[in-house]
Design a protein around this ligand. Structure first.
Ligand SMILES: Cc1cc2nc3c(=O)[nH]c(=O)nc-3n(C[C@H](O)[C@H](O)[C@H](O)COP(=O)(O)OP(=O)(O)OC[C@H]3O[C@@H](n4cnc5c(N)ncnc54)[C@H](O)[C@@H]3O)c2cc1C
Length: 423
């Protein structure tokens, strides 16, 4: 018997439902879930969901069975993803770096020992990961990372500061981009390491965001030791590993993983149902939102209905494109610039949904638990995390449209010289 090709599947939706019915609750029209960690610190639900699904390999189907997946083809992965939308999949924000970014990077660049040690605890939710890339002087210009790693026999000693490290206070492990050779040009002297977040010399200081979450932290590292066996990829190959991680981050934004997606087959998605319940779309005769004349109210209802339908159409296109990019990545390729387009569309949909709901709620929308409030104050961060909108547009301009690249004066000079303010 030959193995199924990437677009064939031996699985039927009923097989998947038969397995998942014993493990998960079905979604109903009343099911409401947060997304991207907005307003939620819920670790337990995510952990319980991942622990329940790991033996069948249902959440990361394309990973090998030995590591918490089921070796699924692209087609099987898509099918499982669509059936999973019928079930309550909690907001997996705390686990997303392990599942969506570190896992694929370890599969692409990790050693067999690293895969054996780290992949299954990611898939089962037993261990949380954070991503230690950004620094005070390295955000959009990520290759300017200064945190140093110096080799001392079989260990590396790390020193420096990371910032905006989401989930660092929950994380057992951090994937950390460090400078191992300051004499090389900035992209070439970097190496990727795994850091134990409870190691001596690692200090995590949480920061509070304007949506009142404290999901991200500053991380100060002073002489923390990392065994050479925890280096991911070759010395000097950190940029390549970082690009794998970032392309998965961008492609993954908005695809599988609970959140606010509509239940499959549901007549309207929950956010539109919420607008209807608010009376914001002219669908309730006792519209309590407005003290204007009936003619004005009708006009506002029409404008909101237009906006809601326009968001819905863009949202569906965004979901399918994000899913395609994520599937490309899972089938062995890298999502590449498609991930940047997917991220821009996902962010735009998220913002428009949040603002429409929040504005429609009027004064009530200013309350912390008012309709669309948490999403509205979370929305600006969506344009920054994972690389800003401007950087995504630069990537699309250069790699999809073939426009001239930005001037990069420091690309070929030693990093330590480029930091003297000359370039
Ligand atoms: C909620 C949240 C979570 C985050 N989580 C993590 C995490 O877990 N791990 C991690 O490592 N980082 C994380 N970050 C950091 C994030 O990746 C950076 O904030 C982002 O890359 C931007 O870097 P910066 O903040 O240094 O801004 P800067 O790079 O200083 O940019 C400032 C402004 O200049 C613009 N700009 C900069 N360069 C260009 C250019 N070449 N062309 C056009 N415009 C440009 C930017 O678009 C931006 O508007 C997180 C950020 C947020 C908001």
């Amino acid at each position: 018997m030959t193995a199924p090709s990437s677009m064939e599947t031996a699985l039927a939706p009923e097989d998947i439902r038969a397995a998942l019915d014993g493990l998960l609750e079905r979604r109903t029209d009343q099911t409401r879930l947060t997304s991207m960690g907005a307003g939620s610190d819920d670790l337990d639900d995510g952990r319980a969901y991942l622990a329940a699904t790991v033996d069948g390999g249902w959440h990361v189907p394309t990973w090998p069975a030995a590591h918490g997946g089921r070796g699924a083809s692209v087609a099987e992965n898509q099918l499982i993803g669509s059936v999973l939308r019928e079930y309550v999949v909690p907001d997996l924000y705390p686990f997303a770096i392990g599942l969506g970014m570190v896992g694929p990077a370890l599969l692409a660049h990790g050693t067999a020992q690293q895969q054996d040690r780290w992949l299954r605890p990611i898939a089962s939710g037993a261990e949380i990961w954070c991503q230690m890339f950004s620094e005070p002087e390295a955000g959009s210009d990520l290759a300017n990372v200064a945190l140093s790693a110096e080799r001392d026999g079989e260990v590396w000693r790390l020193g420096g500061q990371k910032t905006w490290t989401s989930r660092a206070m929950w994380a057992e492990w951090g994937i950390c981009l460090a400078r191992t050779d300051p004499a090389q040009p900035k992209h070439k002297g970097l190496t990727m390491f795994v850091v134990a977040m409870d190691a001596p010399g690692v200090e995590v200081r949480p920061l509070r965001q304007m949506n009142n979450d404290a999901h991200f932290s500053e991380v100060f590292i002073d002489g923390a030791e990392v065994p050479d066996s925890w280096r991911v990829g070759d010395v000097g190959e950190g940029w390549r590993v970082a690009m794998t991680i970032l392309s998965h981050e961008r492609a993954g934004a908005g695809s599988r993983g609970g959140g606010d997606g509509a239940r499959r087959g549901a007549r309207v998605p929950p956010w539109i149902a919420d607008l209807v319940a608010l009376g914001a779309l002219g669908t309730r005769s006792d519209n309590a939102l407005s003290d204007t004349t009936p003619a004005d109210t009708a006009l506002m209802d029409t404008a909101r209905r237009d906006e809601a339908m326009s968001i819905y159409a863009a949202d569906m296109a965004s979901r399918w494109t994000a899913q395609r990019a994520a599937d490309e990545a899972r089938s062995g390729g890298s999502p590449g610039p498609a991930g940047s387009g997917a991220k821009l569309r996902t962010v735009s949909s998220y913002k428009r949904r949040a603002f429409l709901t929040n504005r429609a709620a009027g004064a009530a929308g200013m309350l912390e638990d008012g309709p669309g409030h948490i999403e509205t104050v979370t929305a600006p961060s969506m344009s920054i995390r994972g690389g800003t909108d401007e950087i995504q547009r630069n990537i699309l301009g250069e790699r999809v449209l073939g426009l001239p690249g930005e001037p990069r004066l420091d690309r070929d000079v030693p990093w330590r010289d480029s930091r003297k303010g000359l370039l």
